[in-house]
Design a protein around this ligand. Structure first.
Ligand code: 3HC
Length: 312
């Protein structure tokens, strides 16, 4: 239907690449889809610490432990930047956490897959953070100011995340035959779940059209997935690893790799909560939330006492 005067003015601002700030007028739908995307992005950062956190105490050397610890701490910080950006839209962090725990908000499907051995930590850094970089770099230009600034800050740290993962894969792929087998096995298990991180194919993406008009999404899901495949195939070749897709091949005409789509029925099963680790991940977040209740209550009581003293 026809745009109102305000909607027209808002769209002109977005089209002119102006940044929309918290106090500016915005369509209710813009606010809603930003809360949805930023909060789920934040939930992904927080839940994403679990698969890697599992290996901090099992790292093969002190150096690897220190690197992994630094990366997991970075992810926690990314979550906090993004929750702060979501709060500027008028929703509290507590509400967002409750929505994660009651299943009404999502986190990235990739974190519902297990990290079975150390090679998986390499594959996660290389492929998962590699895909996250592919998705987050364009988001630095998103129309909503607080989200754009959070992305600029986060992207500065992501390349270290990807490099340390690729470094683990290089060591193992060029190590003993058993290490190379582990690296190949990790590649086999993380390849398709990493492709799913970019979302359903464009024809099945419910939010893309509107999100691109509002510059909440800068590229389509398939565009970024293709860029990720084009960039990752040479990296796998350098490692001497085989991408688990017999139909993967360079297409001279398009200048891109042709590749097999992930199993979308698996994707939607994972989104429904039936992935390998969904229950375990949400249980861990619920336990953290419950175990921290006394700290939150204590801080609130303290803050109320201090406020009462000030007004007394
Ligand atoms: N996992 C879980 N849900 C997914 C998903 C995935 N991999 N891909 C899509 N979805 C969901 C969408 O959220 C939407 O459901 P909703 O309406 O309940 O939110 C539905 O599937 C339809 O997908 P659409 O393509 O229509 O949805 P979007 O336009 O929101 O596109 C997206 C999905 C590309 C993930 C987009 O939301 C986005 O770019 N988000 C910001 C980046 C982000 O969240 N990345 C996740 C990983 S962050 C990370 O890995 C941290 C790194 O440091 C490790």
């Amino acid at each position: 239907e026809e745009m109102t005067e305000e909607e027209r003015h808002f769209q002109d601002r977005v089209d002119a690449d102006e940044k929309i700030e918290p106090k500016d007028w915005m369509p209710e739908g813009y606010r809603k889809t930003l809360i949805r995307q930023i909060a789920q992005h934040a939930h992904s950062e927080v839940v994403g610490q679990l698969p890697e956190g599992n290996w901090i105490t099992r790292a093969p050397t002190l150096e690897r432990k220190a690197i992994l610890l630094a990366k997991v701490q970075d992810e926690a910080g990314h979550g906090l930047y993004l929750y702060c950006a979501a709060e500027t839209l008028g929703i509290s962090r507590d509400e967002l956490t409750e929505k994660l725990l009651d299943g009404s908000m999502k986190y990235s499907s990739i974190f519902n897959y297990p990290t079975l051995n150390w090679a998986d930590i390499g594959a996660v850094g290389w492929l998962v953070d590699g895909a996250a970089i592919m998705n987050q770099v364009p988001l630095q230009r998103t129309s909503y100011g607080p989200y754009s600034r959070a992305m600029i800050r986060i992207c500065k740290e992501e390349s270290f995340h990807q490099r340390q993962g690729y470094d683990i894969m290089m060591k193992m792929a060029k190590g003993t035959p058993e290490q190379k087998r582990m690296a190949q096995d990790a590649m086999n298990r993380f390849w398709y779940p990493a492709l799913m991180m970019f979302g359903p194919s464009d024809k099945d993406s419910v939010h893309s059209a509107q999100s691109m008009a509002w510059k909440i999404k800068i590229n389509t899901n398939d565009e970024l997935r293709q860029k990720f495949v084009d960039q990752t195939v040479p990296q796998a070749e350098y490692l001497g690893l085989t991408i688990p897709d017999p139909d993967l091949k360079w297409n001279e005409e398009t200048g891109h790799y042709d590749f097999s789509e992930p199993d979308w029925s698996e994707f939607y099963e994972v989104l429904k909560g039936n992935g390998p680790c969904n229950t375990e991940r949400l249980e861990a977040r619920r336990k953290a939330w419950d175990d921290g209740a006394w700290v939150r209550d204590g801080l609130m009581a303290h803050a109320e006492k201090r406020a009462a003293r000030r007004t007394a």
